[in-house]
Design a protein around this ligand. Structure first.
Ligand SMILES: [Zn+2]
Length: 275
């Protein structure tokens, strides 16, 4: 679903909570934000761009290294902007990263067969602003969801593409390389901008209310963790799904897996087996 959020700022919302992406039409050309899991989907995005403008794609920005944000990069045939950390991670995994996805789900094999990882060639450390004659794009590296997680702030439209730092109406995915403190700081950094629209990595276009919902989500998980530790009874997890910060979100299967990863992050490998 294509949505115009500001003048020449478009979000494309993934089906059923699939990864979102978008693009900004500057006077100097189009900047694409994230490129979906499948080259076939990325080609549809490119067709959408061609319908709206004859400007060429001049940059692709990747919010972080996860496949559903980068596997379509090659389709756009443009330099990739990302944090230095994204480059570092992708360089270390290279094309074997695609195989990881196929190993997890064999059905993906035909859809991912054309994927070649395109490494970022325009990198930034903390923050980098690109000024075009009609737009200003500020890329900010925060870490959190992943060590390389970044967002982009678009002016004068006051729109943020947050990557997976925000998941609207869905459980966020806490990963083994997540850092919850950095994640909270990343959310606060977006909140401080007070964007009119936030395009999350997954879920619907939202406003700052979802930054509060995300912060509450982490607080709730922390409370639940504490309770499990005190009760030393992991079965209690299932009884806690009535808590609204938790039960109102889609992808409920991520709830238990998030708790397991939190235990892993706190206590190391053994705790996952225990859980
Ligand atoms: Zn992600």
């Amino acid at each position: 679903m294509l949505r115009e959020l500001g003048r020449n700022v478009y979000a494309i919302i993934g089906n059923k909570g699939g990864a979102n992406c978008g693009f900004v039409i500057t006077n100097e050309g189009v900047v694409v934000i994230d490129t979906t899991l499948f080259p076939s989907k990325a080609r549809e995005v490119l067709e959408n761009i061609h319908i709206i403008t004859s400007e060429p794609v001049i940059y692709v920005f990747n919010t972080h290294y996860h496949g559903e944000h980068i596997f379509g990069n090659e389709v756009f045939n443009a330099p990739v902007i990302a944090s230095t950390k994204t480059l570092e991670i992708l360089r270390s995994v290279a094309d074997s990263y695609v195989k990881e996805y196929v190993d997890k789900d064999k059905d993906l094999a035909p859809l991912l067969k054309d994927v070649h990882i395109i490494l970022p060639s325009v990198t930034f450390n903390k923050k980098k602003t690109f000024t075009f004659s009609n737009k200003r794009l500020t890329f900010v590296h925060t870490g959190g969801h992943t060590p390389d997680s970044s967002y982009v702030f678009i002016e004068p439209d006051n729109v943020v593409f947050s990557g997976d730092t925000i998941s609207a109406g869905l459980h966020p995915q806490i990963c083994k390389d997540s850092n919850i403190e950095d994640w909270r700081r990343a959310i606060l950094s977006i909140r401080k901008i007070y964007p009119e629209h936030i395009v999350p990595g997954h879920g619907y276009v939202c406003g700052v209310e979802e930054t509060d919902a995300m912060l509450n989500y982490f607080l709730t998980l922390k409370d639940i963790m504490k309770e499990i530790e005190q009760e030393s009874d992991v079965d209690k997890i299932s009884h806690l799904e009535g808590i609204s910060e938790i039960s109102n979100r889609g992808f409920p299967e991520l709830f238990v897996s998030n708790l397991k990863v939190l235990f892993y992050l706190k206590y190391g490998k053994k705790s996952i087996e225990h859980a």
